[in-house]
Write a protein that binds this ligand. Structure first.
Ligand code: LLP
Length: 463
């Protein structure tokens, strides 16, 4: 199922029939560069290498399952986003996709800003040296303690998500004798074509303040009236894994209309708008994501046009890509444990991880690709379902895929495009030990998040 036509979700009708799967690729050994990170290739023996290191060596040194993150690809994608948007715009990497101290350092070095949405992410960012003024703090229910910490650290902006929060942040800022820079997150009423759980700009969900019924205008009125707040702009995030730019265009248009209304009512032109993240990536060869420069051009054209029409100064644009930066840069490496052919149905291939390291398939019906990576094979394609080792049948990593029929226990297989929302949503279900994240670059591999151990489990369990 292609994500460009994708919609997956009860709100959207065009879901492919049950049991649908694409035909096998012409060559199962080929690695589609759309879904694999940039330094991935096969060596002369047919084994997959990343950053010049073969998976056999990586598995031996770091074990499986494990996430391998292609650092030079990550950095290149940061630069591509920064270059595409240029000096008059800001790119905030959305840390929820995957955050670690190493990642924060790479972002800092590559000139990106950071969007955090919890005290834990804020702590990670500050600890690794991200300057506070380059951090945006998000969330629909920030605690008072989190707001205190963000304000006292001096974060560049807090994105206000409710009427209560407008007052809360103003009060805390005033208590600390500062004027906190803030944006107001508005709900623009756009139906993003993505799974219901990751669409965020339709009316019936928990985020933001609705543009409808003058709610957002009222929020602006209150924010402008409070001494502790410096309202710098308006924020909109319409959802995730989106390919169609139309939703962003409608959102940009509505946000600019609000800026014009604010100018008319209050005589102030807010200097910034943030259009959020949500740009889709290729999980399978059927997906066709946009390049950052196309996205930057589409967004800046529409904002410029709308501002000209409304006779507004063009505001500074910011965006918050998470998945589009980190998603394609990592793969998960698994070892095949058991293989169970079910006559007339498919073959179940069980790996040493599962829904604890990738919940996205079970949660969003997400699609992934998979390849045999410890060797090549000329065997016939076999229809498989890659499953984990957890105690439930929904523990599926890749729902429908083809692997060579001579697949055997002990083979290594890899699932590409697992950089976003896999480690960050990993769990300890069945007391699984969350896998490590290993950064690979120029022939060197180093652990940036270590594997959990049974001692870690026992340490939390105080007995
Ligand atoms: N900005 C805001 C305000 C957000 O809420 C999000 C994602 C982003 C930026 C980054 O979106 P991205 O570019 O990564 O799509 N767990 C789900 C995704 C949830 C995204 C939540 N917010 C998944 O695995 O697909």
């Amino acid at each position: 199922m292609s994500r460009s036509a994708h919609p997956a979700g009860p709100r959207h009708a065009d879901v492919l029939p049950e049991g649908h799967y694409s035909a096998p690729a012409a060559d199962l050994n080929a690695l589609d560069e759309k879904v694999w990170s940039r330094t991935v290739t096969r060596d002369a023996d047919g084994a997959l290498t990343v950053g010049g290191i073969t998976v056999a060596r990586l598995a031996e040194e770091f074990g499986t399952p494990a996430y391998f993150l292609d650092e030079s690809d990550f950095r290149a994608r940061c630069r591509a986003w920064a270059d595409a948007f240029g000096p008059d715009a800001d790119v905030f990497y959305a840390g929820k996709a995957f955050l670690s101290r190493a990642v924060v350092r790479w972002l800092t070095e590559e000139g990106l800003n950071l969007d955090v949405c919890s005290g834990g992410e804020l702590t990670t960012a500050l600890d690794a040296g991200m300057p506070a003024e380059r951090i945006a703090f998000h969330g629909n229910n920030k605690t008072v303690a989190e707001i205190e910490r963000a304000v006292t650290a001096g974060v560049g902006r807090i994105v206000l998500d409710s009427f209560q929060e407008i007052v809360r942040v103003a009060h805390i800022a005033q208590r600390h004798g500062v004027r906190q820079r803030v944006q107001i997150r508005v709900t623009v009423g756009v139906e993003a074509h993505t799974h219901e759980f990751i669409a965020t700009a339709h009316e019936d969900q928990k985020f933001g303040i609705a543009l409808a019924d003058g709610q957002a205008a009222e929020a602006v009125r209150r924010a402008l009236s409070l001494d502790g707040l410096d309202l710098i702009g308006v924020h909109s995030h319409i959802g995730s894994q989106i390919f169609d730019m139309a939703g962003f265009e409608v959102s940009a248009r509505r946000v600019v209309q609000l800026l014009a209304e604010i100018r008319d009512e209050h005589g102030v032109e807010l200097p910034e708008i943030d259009l959020g993240g949500g740009l889709g990536i290729a999980y399978t060869s059927d997906d066709d994501p946009r390049e950052p420069h196309e996205i930057a051009k589409a967004l800046s054209d529409i904002v410029t046009r709308e501002c000209e029409a409304a006779k507004l100064r063009t505001p500074r644009i910011s965006v918050e890509p998470g998945r589009a930066i980190v998603g394609p840069t990592a793969f998960t490496l698994y070892e095949v444990g058991t293989i169970k052919p079910l006559e007339g149905l498919r073959t179940y291939v069980s790996v040493d991880g599962g829904m604890s390291d990738n919940i996205r398939t079970a949660l969003y019906d997400a699609e992934y690709s998979v390849a045999l990576v410890s060797r090549t094979s000329d065997a016939e394609p076999m229809l498989v379902r890659v499953v984990g080792k957890h105690c439930e049948s929904g523990d599926i990593v890749v729902k429908d895929a083809f692997l060579p029929a001579d697949l055997a226990p002990g083979d290594l297989i890899a699932v590409p495009a697992t950089g976003a929302y896999c480690r960050s949503m990993a769990s300890n279900y069945n007391h699984a030990l969350r896998p490590p994240v290993v950064a690979v670059r120029d022939g060197e591999a180093r652990v940036i998040v270590r594997r959990e151990t049974e001692e870690d489990l026992l340490r939390l369990d105080v007995g």
